[in-house]
Design a protein around this ligand. Structure first.
Ligand SMILES: Nc1nc2c(ncn2[C@@H]2O[C@H](COP(=O)(O)OP(=O)(O)OP(=O)(O)O)[C@@H](O)[C@H]2O)c(=O)[nH]1
Ligand SMILES: [Mg+2]
Length: 278
């Protein structure tokens, strides 16, 4: 499913990120730990290429831990600095701060060498929508400074925050690129609610989710949805789940739209288990 979703505020957001990049020492690119490769935005990486970059695989609590370890290893092999974190609970925070500090270290030493006072490190937090940038900022600050929400497009403007003596953070709005050409990538971004709900058909994304469950977590289909044969075609699986859940319209027909909405919600909340997509 190709995705065209580039709301107007993102044009301005991209310009602001470009203008502010000169002011920052480190760019923290947040990615969804369940599909970090699919969340990488080439535009953001190009804008950040002259800065120190830390990739933060956020929402690790929702991801398959084994996959997260593997993704981190792959990224580090490619020469990237990368950490995993759960910004909702703060798990991984100390590793993240350690990684940020070590990226800033050479600049701090340069300041000392030139006889200047070492000023606080400035970190810009960027990424596609809904990966948890504002939650990450709040987690670092230790209180709620930035608005957060389960839908993409919550943050609309940039925001600088002094986190502590030695650290300043800038939150930015989630940034997409104009067209996602790769079908599977589009499905992943829709499933993770990174693109707005008007950009895709829930039915198509649910069919993709069911394929993922068949391949990676057939036990969920058996145990949670009481499906005897997880090998069924996705349409049949969907009908079976609708029946199991009692999703019926007034005339007694299956309410498949409701089943799709519920399944997507369940996945996004993590109640189908720890499933990674990349
Ligand atoms: N489970 C879990 N949920 C998270 C985590 N980080 C963020 N969330 C949730 O993900 C949703 C999106 O979080 P935001 O912080 O608003 O995301 P954002 O990247 O700032 O989104 P935009 O401003 O729309 O680009 C919210 O419902 C958060 O509560 C995490 O590490 N784990
Ligand atoms: Mg935000």
């Amino acid at each position: 499913m190709a995705i065209n979703w580039y709301p107007g505020h993102m044009v301005k957001a991209k310009r602001e990120i470009q203008q502010n990049i000169k002011l920052v020492d480190v760019v923290a690119i947040l990615l969804d730990a369940r599909a970090p490769f699919s969340c990488r935005n080439q535009d953001l990486e190009e804008i950040s290429c002259r800065r120190q970059v830390l990739l933060v695989l956020n929402k690790m609590d929702l991801a398959d831990p084994e996959a997260t370890r593997h993704y981190l290893m792959r990224l580090r092999q490619q020469g990237m600095a990368a950490v995993a974190m759960d910004s909702a609970s703060g798990k991984g925070l100390s590793d993240t701060i350690k990684a940020l500090k070590s990226l800033f270290q050479p600049q701090a030493e340069e300041m000392v060498r030139k006889g200047r006072r070492v000023r606080p490190m400035r970190v810009m937090v960027v990424g596609v929508p809904n990966v948890g940038k504002s939650t990450f900022l709040n987690c670092l600050v230790g209180k709620k400074m930035a608005a957060t929400g389960a839908k993409p497009g919550i943050t609309r403007g940039k925001q600088w925050v002094r986190v502590r003596e030695d650290l300043e953070l800038m939150d930015t709005p989630g940034l997409m690129w104009p067209k996602v050409e790769n079908d599977e990538q589009g499905l992943k971004l829709a499933l993770l609610s990174i693109v707005g709900e008007n950009a895709y058909q829930e039915r198509e994304v649910t069919a993709y989710l069911l394929q993922v469950l068949k391949a990676k977590a057939p036990a969920i289909l058996r145990n949670k949805f009481k499906i005897l044969n997880p090998e069924l075609e996705t349409d049949q699986l969907l009908e079976e789940i609708a029946r199991q859940r009692g999703h019926l319209l007034k005339g007694g027909q299956l309410d498949l739209a409701k089943t799709c909405t519920t399944l997507l919600q369940d996945f996004r909340r993590g109640s189908l288990g720890h499933i990674s997509l990349d």
